[in-house]
Design a protein around this ligand. Structure first.
Ligand code: BV8
Ligand code: ZN
Length: 250
């Protein structure tokens, strides 16, 4: 793809870059997204599985869903999109990656500056007292009973942010602050449907950043972006990295 001169100019002068990713970035690693056809939400009601009330109502079903997703995520490999984002970190004085994903594929691709807005499926904690729970059950193990907290005997839950739960304060406030003051904001592989993460690209616009979207489909944010590329992240990000490397020196 040949990029317009103003995009090349933006890359040249950008010092502070923020990237927001969603489930689409892990699609080419074989992970389902949430809202695409065949995605998680086409099989389950999200509020049944990804909510505190859903967990309280059927903790075993919710644990089985997360256990299944952990197997898939641990067997998946970071794709060229993850790898390109990890390498981009080295070419800008300030670089921040905020992900809605809980699969840790950015970490495995080598990204150092990752902030998880929705937690991770690879950690768990006590629902009642918050004590972190050592992941001592096998990733593939089908849980017959709900793990219990050694301190208070409360239910152990996956350390993800469910609907109706607040995002981690540190990560979210940093995300707002960096989005409002960056030069270039990339929103990649997200339907821009889940808040407050979906506010971030708008914050970047208010702050005067150049905002680029990468998504094979249009989203509710598309018309507000400066540039929206209708391509898969695993295909276009290595091209964008090539341009960055041509223009910038480490
Ligand atoms: C909260 C973790 C305070 C668990 C998830 C306004 C302000 C605040 C809150 C709200 C608000 N309005 C509504 C709310 C409530 C709610 C919300 O946003 N609801 C939506 C549905 C309207 N938000 C919350 O509850 C949040 N909490 O704000 O706390 C509060 C407290 C009490 C009451 C109110 C507020 C918590 C939200 C976090 C929920 N947790 N997941 C888990 O993973 O199991 S959400 C889930 O959605 C995932 O984290 C996922 O990452 C996230 C966003 O989805 P996407 O990543 O965008 O995935 P999706 O499938 O939608 O899209 C994939 C995209 O990829 C598509 O566009 C597709 O075209 C594209 N794609 C496909 N292939 C590729 C590709 N792109 C690139 N390359 C490809 N190859
Ligand atoms: Zn406890």
């Amino acid at each position: 793809m040949d990029f317009s001169l103003d995009f090349i100019e933006i890359i040249k002068k950008s010092q502070k870059v923020v990237i927001l990713t969603g489930a689409g970035v892990s699609r080419e690693s074989g992970l389902d997204t949430f809202r695409d056809a065949g995605g998680y939400w086409s099989k389950y009601n999200p509020y049944e599985l990804a909510s505190p009330q859903g967990f309280r109502a059927n903790p075993l079903l919710v644990w089985q869903w997360y256990q299944a997703r952990k197997i898939i995520a641990s067997q998946a490999e970071p794709n060229p999109g993850h790898n390109a984002i990890a390498e981009m970190e080295n070419y800008f004085p300030e670089f921040y990656l905020f992900t809605q994903n809980v699969d840790r594929l950015h970490h495995r691709a080598g990204s150092k500056k990752v902030h998880e807005l929705h937690g991770t499926i690879f950690e768990s904690h006590c629902f009642d007292c918050g004590l972190p729970y050592p992941q001592d059950f096998e990733i593939g193990e089908t849980l017959a009973t709900i793990p219990r907290c050694p301190e208070c005997n409360g239910y152990v839950r996956p350390s993800v942010v469910w609907f109706g739960e607040s995002l981690p304060y540190e990560a979210l406030s940093m995300a707002y602050q960096k989005s409002q003051s960056c030069d270039l904001f990339l929103t990649i592989g997200t339907s821009s449907e889940v808040y407050p993460a979906a506010n971030l690209p708008h914050q970047a616009i208010y702050g005067g950043a150049y905002v680029m979207e990468i998504n094979p489909n249009e989203t509710s944010f598309t018309r507000d972006s400066n540039l929206s590329i209708r391509q898969k992240s695993g295909e276009i990000l290595p091209e964008i990295l090539r341009i960055i490397k041509e223009i910038k020196v480490k």
